[in-house]
Write a protein that binds this ligand. Structure first.
Ligand SMILES: O=C(O)CCC(=O)C(=O)O
Length: 299
């Protein structure tokens, strides 16, 4: 997810608009001031495509203070850190299909590598269930929160509903047992295929309050954790990477990476920045579950 637009930048954009700078001039100035291409495009779009009141809202001190202290809220009884306590002290977690094994742990970013989250048969079944339903993956538009095709996410995917088939219902329940978070906090499994060269460039899974588009998604709750389940072995590439933690996890059938990104106060951890590295040979299938801080009802 995108970085917030701070107050100074919002002010500068508003001033340039008031002085009748063109879109191209604003973009060129941002590049001249060493903004990354993608950030310059987003800022230009906010200045020229959003309703003026959206840009104005970024100038509000209370809003900026809230955005700087990015937090998730949670319902009573819910543990905002979303840590898997058992996986910190045990190497094996017995569940309905056998035992899930812990293969690696990182404290910050908080990542747990797991094996046997799904059996090889379940992985195969999930791929075949999804194969003919996938289409180009999208990202959340930072401008209005809608779905957007973006070169930073070049996989194909299908979004499954919670409990939509006996297999999916079983997996939803297994994930809830593993994480300790009720299955209705899950957004539903997304099954994704990456061909050679496809990737998901590093990003945050939590929503940034300072992003006009992402802010709209926060009314359905903040994301607190992600489970990425690998459904096949990938010949080369396709690791899940955590650039700030200098950590990468190679896909293996039935394995998973679990990462959680909120602390006791619900603050989101920028160290959770992560991505799916380009596939170099073969193809990569994964099933991702994004988990919210409260029961999730799709928009
Ligand atoms: O493809 C991967 O390994 C990572 C997927 C990912 O970043 C996500 O689903 O948020």
């Amino acid at each position: 997810m995108a970085n917030p637009i701070n107050k100074e930048l919002a002010q500068w954009l508003r001033d340039r608009r008031a002085e009748n700078f063109t879109r191209d001039e604003v973009h060129a100035l941002l590049i001249e001031h060493h903004y990354a291409q993608e950030d310059a495009e987003r800022a230009t779009a906010i200045a020229f495509d959003c309703p003026p009141e959206d840009l104005e809202s970024l100038l509000d001190d209370d809003f900026q203070a809230e955005a700087a202290n990015q937090t998730a809220t949670w319902i009573e009884g819910f543990e905002p850190t979303a840590r898997i306590k058992r996986a910190e002290t045990q190497n094996s977690i017995p569940l309905d299909h056998g035992a899930i094994k812990v293969v690696c742990r990182s404290e910050r970013p908080y990542v747990i590598g797991l094996a046997n989250v799904l059996t090889a048969e379940e992985c195969h079944e999930l791929i075949e269930y999804s194969r003919y339903r996938i289409s180009r993956a999208m990202v959340v538009s930072p401008i209005d929160g809608s779905d957007l095709v973006d070169d930073r996410r070049t996989s194909e995917l299908v979004m499954l509903s919670r409990g939509e088939s006996p297999l999916i219902a079983k997996l939803d329940e297994r994930i809830a047992q593993l994480t300790g978070i009720p299955s209705d906090h899950g957004e539903g499994l997304q099954v994704m295929r990456y061909g050679v060269g496809a990737e998901y460039a590093p990003h945050y899974d939590y929503f940034a309050m300072g992003s006009l588009g992402e802010r709209r998604h926060l009314k359905h709750g903040q994301r607190v954790a992600t489970l990425v389940i690998y459904l096949n072995d990938v010949e080369a590439g396709g690791e899940t990477i955590f650039p700030y933690g200098d950590l990468s996890i190679a896909p293996q059938t039935g394995h998973a990476s679990y990462f959680a990104y909120t602390d006791e106060a619900g603050r989101c951890d920028a160290m959770s920045f992560h991505g799916g590295a380009p596939v170099k040979a073969g193809e990569k299938w994964i099933a991702t579950m994004w988990i919210r801080d409260r029961p999730y009802v799709a928009a």
